[in-house]
Design a protein around this ligand. Structure first.
Ligand code: 5GP
Ligand code: ZN
Length: 129
């Protein structure tokens, strides 16, 4: 697609690929080595992949996790995430998965992780329930 950032990505940025996916480092990384797994085809989201392709995609997530751990011994955790739809924060409407390496002390209180997509809801123990 002409206007899509991932259809037009600079091929020099690709660090791994197979028949269905390519892998790049995010140009605006949340943490060092923030990695994106991107479909070669312009498909809107993970849920638009058939189950076989979804499984193949998860294989790439596993491969990249292993590689990241080998490359950087300071990584102590990950957030793996997909923004699906504008209302969930998706900005590039081309299927991709974020692998965000985490390191001890990279923020004050990481408790709740991906719950932080809604500011103020990350740490459920601090919510007035
Ligand atoms: P979304 O918000 O759609 O889940 O994520 C889009 C991600 O793609 C963002 O984290 C953003 O930094 C990243 N990004 C946007 N344009 C480019 C690009 O041209 N190259 C790379 N490597 N990452 C991009
Ligand atoms: Zn695209």
């Amino acid at each position: 697609m002409k206007t899509c950032a991932f259809c037009n990505i600079n091929k020099k940025r690709i660090i791994a690929e197979d028949d269905n996916f390519f892998v790049v480092k995010d140009i605006y990384p949340v943490t060092d080595l923030h990695t994106l797994i991107i479909t070669k085809k312009h498909i809107q989201s993970f849920f638009d992949l058939d189950i076989k392709k979804q499984k193949l995609c998860i294989d790439v997530v596993n491969d990249q996790r292993k590689k990241l751990l080998l490359d950087d011994s300071t990584i102590t955790g990950f957030n793996v995430g997909i923004n699906i739809g504008k209302d969930a924060g998706q900005t590039v409407e081309h299927c991709h998965i974020h692998i965000i390496p985490r390191r001890k002390g990279d923020m004050n209180n990481p408790k709740g992780g991906v719950r932080g997509v809604i500011p103020g809801k990350q740490n459920y123990e601090m919510l007035d329930l």
